[in-house]
Design a protein around this ligand. Sequence first.
Ligand SMILES: [Fe+2]
Ligand SMILES: [Fe+2]
Length: 376
Amino acid sequence: MDSESAGPGVSPPLPGRGEMDEAIHVIRDQADRLFLWDYERDRGQLVTLYNKAMGSQWNSVTDLDWATDVDPERLVAEQDSPMLAVARVAGTLPGSPLATWTEKEYSGLGMEFFKANLSQFMHGEQGAMMTAAKIVETVPWIDAKYYASTQTMDEARHTEVFAKYLNLKLGEAYPMSPYLKEQIWSLLEDSRWDIAYLGMQIVIESLALAAFGDMLRRTNEPLLTKLLRYVMSDEARHVAFGVLSLSEFYADLSQAELLERQEFMIDATLNSRARATTPEVWERMGTSAEAVLPFIQEAASLSGINPMRGFARGFFAKLVPNVRRLGLLEANGGYLREKWGEAGLLEYEFADDTASEYETYDAVAADRAADGQPGV
Ligand SMILES: [Fe+2]
Ligand SMILES: [Fe+2]
C-alpha cells in the first residue's frame, strides 16, 4: 500500500532499507550534550541578540509572494555570470566539446549553473540548521542555547525557501557538492562544541553572506531579491552570535588550544579544494567535467576572467575581520597573522563589520518600518 492510499489513522509504511540509504545520511557526533541547572541571564549582548532574533522572525508563506511569475531565461541573462562568459570563450578553442554549441546550449548551461548554485545554498542551509541544533545541545551557556534555538528556526526557514524556489520556479535540484559535504560533516562529528561555531558561524556563514550578496547584486527578479534580503538579514545575526560567543570562550583557552583553532582556520581558507565545480552540470549538458575543464582553464587564463575572484574578495572581507576579533590572528606569536599575511589576506583585516553592524542588514525590520508597522 502506498502512502496516498493509507486511510485515516493508518501510518504510511516506512521506506525500505534501500530507499533509506539513498535518502538519509548518518553522521556520528562525538560531542557531549550539556543540560544546564543555571538559568542566569548574564550575557547581556547575547540576550539583546536573542530578543532581536525573536522580533525579526519572518514567515516564509506570507512574507514572500510565491505567485510571482519567474522567467528562468531572463533570470539567467540578468545574472551575467562570469562562469558563463568563460564557457563562451572555451567554446571558441580548437577541439573544445563546446565548439558546436549555439546560444540555446549556453543559455541552458547558465540555467544549470544557477540551479547548481541554489542547490548548494539549500544543502548548506540544512547543514546550518543541524549545526545550530548541535550548538543548542552542546554549548555550556543558557543565553547561547536560547539564541542557537532561534537560529535553528531561521535555518529551517532558509532551507525550506531555497528548496521551494528550486522546486516551484526552476526544476530539479543538484546533489550536495563533495567539498561542502566534507566541510559540514566534519563540524557535525567534532567533539569540541566551539568548532561547530568556528566552522559554521565564522567560516560558512561568511561564505554564505558573500555568495548571497553576489547573487543579490546580479538579480532583479522580485521574489528571489526579497528572499535573499531576508535570508541575509538572519545570517548577519548568526555571524554576530559566533563572534560574541567565541571571543569570550577563546579569551580563556591555552596557546596550544588556540593553535588547533588557528590550524583549523588555515585549513578552511588556504587549503580549500575547488568549491565551484559541480560535475553534474556538465553531465546534464551532455558532456563531462573531465572533457570540459581543461578548456575552461585555458579560457580563463586567455580571457583574464577569474570567475571566483569577486566572490573570494567578498568572503575574505567578511571572514578576516571576524577572526581578528576572536584573537586568533595574534595567538602563538601571531602565527595566523603570518600565514594569512603571506597569502595576502591581511588587506581585509578591517573590511566589513558584520559582527557589530548586523542591524544594517535587517531588511525585515526595514520593510516593516516602511509599511508603518511598529518596530520591535
Ligand atoms: Fe541560513
Ligand atoms: Fe545562518
